[in-house]
Design a protein around this ligand. Structure first.
Ligand code: FMN
Length: 364
């Protein structure tokens, strides 16, 4: 039987982002739900990602005469309605029948950036066409086969991608036990792979098999190689060590994306938020710094920006919004982060995103 994904299309009433996962769990099979929501091994790092935000505090500042706060910001010359953007996530067809097209539409409606993934269930061109005026990035899982790298980058460039996000923390899949217990295999093809390889790549395969076909031995010189192949800025995603940020910058990175893949890769590592300040210190504002993993609150967005991030990305919450409400659901998720961030800014006494970045958090 073919995979039956959600066809919901409506805005969501969201009280808090964490309450979305149980709603999705109640209506989705264990295989796809656990693939989306799960982490690696004991999920320790995944839990740490959100817990770590409690290790710093925002000191409320009053008497600041703030009437309205301004959430707008930018990535290079791309204007954004808020600093919250969409993190690349594979196989969005698990969450919704309109998959990446609906997610891209909802993200565009919220005035944010969508990141097209190599392992999506929709062709790059179709995602670009779903939100023709909106800024999009393209996330590359580099292949061992440079023919494929060239081919897919070409298509991303033609589709209007503003930058390439080179993911470097997934040279093998993390040890995700739920996927093994569920014998999880992707029920839908990954057409960006199929278009090159000519077979139904992705469908009927587990994530381990898909990662095995990608490049394991990624080196700093690959950053320059991808820049040359695409003639676009390259943002390196999956940085957790300040030393690696320095190496990536030395190798020509145009952006650093601090992430532990939402705790789906190496378990037993630090929370992404815990390493953000040291990476910001290494980067010294030379390039934009994007941060993700475990962000569930406007307050978390504020703390990440105050710790050196320029933009904050969300992964699973977008997929939950997509499942529960399609494009409108995704828009509701972004709007909810904006609402919480605006309240946090007002109460903390920060009028603009720049003022958040100049805020010092209080250590516990
Ligand atoms: C279901 C799922 C699929 C993902 N697929 C990709 C991917 O294809 N490429 C990538 O760079 N990151 C991928 N990620 C990681 C996200 O880009 C992001 O780093 C992570 O979800 C952030 O954590 P959060 O879910 O707590 O917001 C995936 C994450 C999830 C949950």
């Amino acid at each position: 039987m073919s995979y039956q994904a959600s066809t919901e299309e409506h805005p969501l009433t969201i009280i808090d982002i964490a309450s979305l996962a149980p709603l999705v769990k109640a209506r989705m099979d264990a295989g796809p739900f656990d693939y989306i929501s799960g982490g690696a091994e004991d999920d320790w790092t995944m839990r740490e990602n959100t817990r770590a935000f409690n290790t710093k505090q925002i000191l409320p500042r009053v008497l600041q005469g703030i009437e309205h706060v301004d959430l707008t910001t930018n990535l290079w010359d791309i204007e954004l309605s808020s600093p919250v953007i969409e993190a690349p996530t594979a196989a969005q067809g698990l969450a919704h029948a309109r998959a990446e097209k609906a997610a891209a539409e909802g993200t565009a409606a919220a005035g944010s950036i969508f990141t097209i993934g190599t392992y999506g269930n929709t062709l790059i061109e179709d995602i670009a066409a779903a939100a023709p005026k909106a800024p999009q990035l393209f996330q590359l899982y580099m292949s061992k086969d440079d023919g494929f790298n060239r081919y897919i980058l070409d298509r991303a460039v033609k589709a209007g991608a503003k930058a390439i996000v080179l993911t470097v923390d997934a040279t093998v899949g993390g040890y995700r036990e739920e996927d093994l217990l569920n014998h999880f295999q992707f029920p839908l093809p990954m057409p960006n792979l199929t278009a090159y390889h000519g077979s139904a790549s992705g469908k009927g395969e587990g994530i381990a098999a898909i990662y095995a076909a990608a490049k394991q031995a990624i080196v700093p010189a690959d950053i320059e190689k991808i820049k040359q192949m695409s003639d676009l800025p390259v943002i390196v995603k999956g940085i957790q060590a300040s030393a690696d940020a320095a190496v990536a910058l030395g190798a020509g990175a145009d952006g650093i994306w601090v992430s532990n893949h939402g705790g789906r890769q190496l378990d037993g590592g630090p929370a992404s938020f815990a390493v953000l300040p040291e990476i910001a210190e290494a980067v010294q504002k030379r390039v934009p710094l994007i941060f993700d993993s475990g962000v569930l609150r406007g307050e978390h967005v504020f703390k990440a920006l105050a710790s050196g991030a320029d933009l904050v990305a969300i992964g699973r919450p977008v997929l939950y919004g997509l499942n529960l409400g399609g494009a409108a659901g995704v828009e509701s998720v972004f709007k909810h982060y904006q609402k919480e961030l605006a309240i946090t800014m007002q109460l903390a006494g920060a009028r603009t995103i720049e003022e958040i970045k100049n805020t010092t958090l209080r250590e516990l």
